[in-house]
Design a protein. Structure first.
Length: 112
């Protein structure tokens, strides 16, 4: 989905969840262009858009895993960075996380 654009890939495991977090350089002028570009590829791989949570675009798969896409903040456009459910906005980079929840505390499995 993201090709060779992935930067800073890290894997974390905690009591609540397992996470794969990485960044993608913002090559688009607005977040809708980026989302439109990858939405079809996400759907083909079983990720369906659920909702926007704060600044994040949340996608879920059939196992209630969560993909959180937090758009970049542009210097000089906003005084304070925003956040998603578990990630913050970064300057000029999308902050992306795949989350497997162990205790149903994330958007994708709050109603399950």
């Amino acid at each position: 989905i993201f090709g060779n654009q992935i930067l800073g890939k890290k894997i974390f495991s905690s009591y609540n969840a397992e996470r794969l977090i990485f960044q993608v350089k913002d090559l688009e002028q607005n977040s809708d262009n980026f989302i439109d570009k990858i939405d079809g590829r996400l759907n083909k791989r079983g990720w369906n858009y659920k909702e926007k949570y704060k600044e994040a675009y949340i996608y879920c798969d059939r196992d209630m895993n969560q993909l959180e896409l937090v758009p970049p903040i542009k210097i000089g456009t906003v005084m304070q960075s925003g956040e998603g459910q578990s990630l913050n906005q970064l300057v000029d980079y999308w902050n992306i996380g795949f989350i497997h929840s162990r205790h149903k505390r994330y958007v994708c499995n709050m109603n399950s």
